[in-house]
Design a protein around this ligand. Sequence first.
Ligand code: 16G
Length: 240
Amino acid sequence: MTATKHELLRSHLQNLIERELAPDERLPTERDLAQEFGVSRMTVRQALERLENERRVYRVRGAGTFVARPAITKSIELTSFSDDMRRRGLAPGAHLRTAESVPAGASVGFALGLSPADEVVHLERVRTADGVPMCIEHTYLAAALVPKLLDRPFDNSLYDLLRDQYHIRLVRAEQSIRATVLDEATATLLQVPAFSPALLVERTAYDQRDRPVERAMSTYRGDRYAFEIEVVRPATDGTA
Ligand code: 16G
């Protein structure tokens, strides 16, 4: 009997998440669900926990349980270099090599939805972890969205600066990762032998208004960097 009630509860929750409620809407309370399905609050809590582990809902203490955005955007977190390094217990750093305003050109312009002649800010930075070079980054930002960026002192996190000074929060990105080898100049900057393997990550990041704000090419040392990507099995494929 309990199994049946449990199944009913689960399919009800699934229906709420997939059809009836929009992302960020609140689910009924544990108590209401327990009453409605004649199960204990513990059973409800377990069902919600499972959905939380699958990233289909999220909980806010004292406020309730809410529908998460679809897994495809949730499953890979959008982080900055500084976040990534701090998470690994390393101190992030940046040496600014180039900071200039240039025409976007065809490829960056296309990514940022600009015409090739529109101005972009180009930053080239060597990113370090505990002082050791890890990655070379070329970042392009639509100049119109970040007025006076080049006048600002800036040696920390670009994403923090965008958030604090321009109220731009990057919330999603399209990203590709591929293998490459380092040319001699880049290898020297990263303090590794020429032609060492590396990972080239290209990212177009969008803000909370879904404007493309950043196009970045980051070349990471292959010997020091691994990408961790969480993959989530669709709930409908799992066992009940
Ligand atoms: C990451 C991003 C890069 C971004 C930088 C900001 C990738 C492949 N690249 O390196 O696009 O500009 O973080 O880091 O994830 P910051 O806030 O520490 O300057």
